[in-house]
Design a protein. Structure first.
Ligand SMILES: Cc1cc2nc3c(=O)[nH]c(=O)nc-3n(C[C@H](O)[C@H](O)[C@H](O)COP(=O)(O)OP(=O)(O)OC[C@H]3O[C@@H](n4cnc5c(N)ncnc54)[C@H](O)[C@@H]3O)c2cc1C
Length: 391
């Protein structure tokens, strides 16, 4: 079973197209090499963009396909399930980091300028949220943006950490402290920072997961930009928290959960195949009850994950409040995926530790999912707060 039985026909077609594309464009050997080199195939992504899927988060009025979040989530799932997370990464930097945030929070001028480029897959964003001393507590960011006396420019100072894709992005979607006072949540803005601006330096960090590109420290020293780069225009100044914690965040939680789910599916499929080919003690290891049951537990957990993910996507698509459900999906799928990773790793035994199989990459990626994109504890806090649990 791969999808809900009542999934709309157009999403089934999208799945088929994406999975055929991924199989043709990213072989197992290529996926290994991209991971090793922290890169993705730019020419393949350009061909992928021609299929139109980057516009699935963008209204037709701005050159998109019309917002279809369930379909966009299915695109991510299929790429990852096919072992091509290296294409899901740039897709997310385009359709989600760019498309969703500018659609939700951009000024009319920003929408007219940026959304058509994003819909064509020609522009990718990076996220500048985390900092050396700021992880989950994003309201405490220290990177500053100050309006200059000329009234036409602003200047940024500070350092962002783990800025994934700063090397290829057209803009870093950067959360900054834009007011001196300490009114938490009311002193923040988002600014679009082109990484090639004078005063921006990029220093790659070493990491073991999601290696479709580099994650970097990005330092701003006297970086001066026009006020037009404030997300939302003048009206967006000091509104950064609402932009961060608003509807766009619900969709972000779905996007990272779709990656997690897709990679977990790939891991289970690899372990399932392997267990039937590998023979020990005179029979396939899938014939040993503990292996057999572990694989069934992993598949069962996957089915529960599928429901959590697509229920959240459906709520977001239909405009229903879904902060709790999307946090539950992020939490549940990331935690189950870590368990699934361990199960699948054990099934492959020594071969899960060798570069010969994709499993070692799946395990590295899956174990990181409860940390990145808002840790499991951050999701638990959000759910408890939203449901009014006293603290
Ligand atoms: C490969 C990779 C790519 C990344 N890409 C990006 C990116 O593009 N842009 C970006 O901005 N960031 C990015 N990140 C950063 C990532 O989103 C953060 O790592 C994540 O938000 C968690 O922050 P932290 O690791 O600093 O954890 P911390 O906030 O320091 O927390 C550490 C631990 O303490 C727990 N904890 C903290 N506070 C609480 C609390 N109040 N209650 C309960 N538990 C708590 C956390 O759950 C966690 O387990 C990336 C990270 C990696 C590894």
């Amino acid at each position: 079973m791969r999808a809900f039985t009542n999934e709309p026909a157009h999403i089934a077609r999208i799945r088929e197209t994406v999975s055929r594309f991924a199989a043709a464009e990213v072989s197992a050997e290529q996926a290994r090499r991209y991971d090793r080199e922290h890169t993705f195939p730019r020419d393949a992504f350009a061909r992928f963009a021609e299929l139109g899927f980057c516009g699935l988060t963008i209204d037709q009025a701005y050159g998109g396909q019309g917002r279809d979040l369930v379909a966009a989530v299915a695109v991510i799932e299929e790429l990852c399930r096919a072992g091509a997370a290296c294409l899901a990464g740039p897709y997310i930097h385009c359709a989600f980091y760019g498309g969703v945030n500018i659609s939700e929070n951009g000024s009319e001028a920003q929408k007219r300028d940026l959304l058509p480029q994003l819909a064509r897959g020609e522009l990718l964003f990076a996220y500048g949220l985390s900092e050396p001393d700021v992880g989950g507590d994003l309201a405490a960011v220290r990177t500053t943006a100050r309006l200059n006396p000329d009234g036409r420019t602003l200047t940024l100072e500070g350092t962002k950490r783990w800025c994934t894709g700063a090397d290829f992005a057209g803009f870093i979607y950067c959360l900054v402290r834009s007011h001196d006072d300490d009114r938490r949540y009311k002193n923040l803005s988002f600014v679009l920072v082109p990484p090639d601006t004078d005063g921006v330096t990029i220093e790659p960090l070493d990491h073991v997961n999601l290696r479709y590109t580099l994650s970097s420290d990005v330092t701003f020293e006297g970086v001066t930009l026009p006020v037009e780069n404030i997300v939302g225009g003048a009206d967006g100044w000091q509104c950064g928290w609402n932009m961060l914690a608003g509807k766009a965040l619900d969709v972000e939680k779905l996007e990272i959960t779709a990656v997690t789910f897709g990679i977990a599916e790939a891991a289970v499929e690899e372990a399932w195949r392997y267990a039937q080919e590998r023979r020990q003690f005179g029979k396939p290891i899938s014939g040993h009850q503990s292996v057999r049951h572990a694989l069934v537990d992993a598949r069962t957990a996957l089915e529960a994950c599928r429901h959590m993910l697509y229920h959240g996507a459906w709520l977001a698509q239909t405009g229903k409040p879904c902060s709790v459900e999307t946090s539950m999906a992020k939490l549940f799928v990331a935690e189950r995926a870590a368990e699934i990773a361990i199960i699948c790793q054990r099934v492959l035994g020594a071969y899960a530790l060798s570069g010969e199989y994709a499993m070692e990459r799946y395990v590295r990626d899956l174990l990181g999912m409860a940390i990145v994109g808002g840790s499991s504890n951050m999701q638990r806090n959000n759910i408890a707060n939203r449901l009014g649990l006293a603290d």
